[in-house]
Ligand binder design. Structure first.
Ligand SMILES: Nc1ncnc2c1ncn2[C@@H]1O[C@H](COP(=O)(O)OP(=O)(O)OP(=O)(O)O)[C@@H](O)[C@H]1O
Length: 336
């Protein structure tokens, strides 16, 4: 069964043309010149119920605009979309009962109220049965570890605590489809990880479809099974995350802090699957292709050569991942 379907979905904004200089600014105030800006350029996409989809692209690619159309916040300029059988911009209210949304950059909770009151209000808005509500609320409090923050006004919560409340609140009415726009932005590694686990858990247990945008490769790797990449408002890649992991997310960056200042011995160590990215006194950064070698033997080998103070293992930044995808797609087109 389909969670959503779009055909030629597009959005063009009409924006004022800006020219440099004071005279031009005054002129454009009196007689503005308008230009058309194509944010989404005809997206054809189908998502099955229960899927976990990463919707990726560089800044300005059109991800948020697409989500806004799919949740009924924006009217498209062209094309069609059906979300859980509804046309979002025409049946926004009906759809709101069935979907959940989390915008990492924008809180949906009442700032001055504690989560306890917000959840209570939301239960009324969604017209939840009192008994069902109490059960669901207690389950979410347990899963998201909200007991300690339950009566604290949202404005006094840390970002991590607030995000746990935001995501729990989005699950309150058992949405069939959850839109997550940068849900882990600004969070520390531990909270990020916990949030990913909780969303995965609810996707498995309740079959909630997940539609996620993120600039953090970890979100995609750990949360999603399918990745769609857009560029200039159109889809350029639609493939399983497993494949993306093998071909593009295969690199991990290891950063080592060491007490030793001389790493000359290791600086030119480019073993199979290992590349030295940077060396400076007390610091060494390596790229490891986990398709060629596991992380453990690389670390063991380094520990045998120098004393380590701290180790960080990270995914390549999203910009890097997207650059790889473009390069791979360009290579494919040339080869075709
Ligand atoms: N309300 C608006 N008016 C005019 N232009 C807009 C508006 N909203 C978005 N845009 C433009 O549409 C394009 C796509 O923006 P959008 O926010 O969808 O990108 P995005 O992929 O979500 O980017 P990011 O990763 O930075 O959040 C951008 O060029 C942006 O400047």
């Amino acid at each position: 069964m389909l969670a959503l379907r779009t055909e030629g979905l597009s959005k063009t904004f009409r924006v004022k043309r800006k020219k440099p200089g004071f005279r031009e600014s005054v002129k454009s105030l009196l007689r503005p010149e308008w230009i058309e800006k194509e944010a989404v350029a005809g997206i054809d996409l189908t998502v099955e119920r229960g899927e976990t989809l990463a919707f990726l692209g560089p800044n300005g690619a059109g991800k948020s605009t697409t989500i806004k159309m799919l949740t009924g916040i924006l009217h498209p300029t062209g094309g069609l979309a059906e979300v859980l059988g509804f046309t979002p911009w025409k049946e926004r209210e009906k759809l709101a009962y069935r979907i959940g949304t989390v915008f990492g950059q924008k809180s949906q909770l009442w700032y001055h109220l504690p989560p306890a009151d917000t959840f209570e209000l939301m239960s009324r808005i969604y017209e939840l049965d009192r008994q069902d509500y109490a059960k669901r609320r207690d389950d979410l409090i347990g899963r998201f570890e909200l007991e300690r923050h339950w009566s604290t006004p949202v404005r006094k919560l840390s970002l991590g605590e607030r995000m746990r409340c935001e995501i729990a609140a989005a699950f309150l009415h058992r949405p069939q489809l959850l839109f997550l726009d940068e849900p882990t932005i600004g969070l520390d590694v531990v909270i990020k990880q916990r949030i990913r686990e909780l969303i995965t858990e609810l996707n498995r247990e309740e079959g909630t479809t997940v539609f996620l945008t993120s600039h953090d490769p970890g979100d995609i790797e750990l949360l999603c099974r399918r990745a769609v990449v857009i560029h200039h408002g159109g889809i350029i890649v639609d493939e399983p995350v497993e494949r993306l992991k093998r071909e593009v997310l295969a690199y991990k960056t290891i950063t080592l802090q060491t007490d030793e200042t001389d790493q000359t011995e290791i600086a030119d160590w480019n073993g199979p699957g290992v590349r030295v990215l940077a060396v400076s006194p007390g610091m060494l950064r390596l790229a490891v292709d986990v398709g060629v070698t596991a992380i453990e033997p690389v670390l063991a080998s380094i520990v045998g050569r120098m004393r380590i103070r701290d180790v960080t293992i990270e995914n390549p930044p999203m910009e890097e991942v997207i650059k790889h995808i473009y390069a791979r797609e360009a290579g494919r087109r040339e080869g075709a």
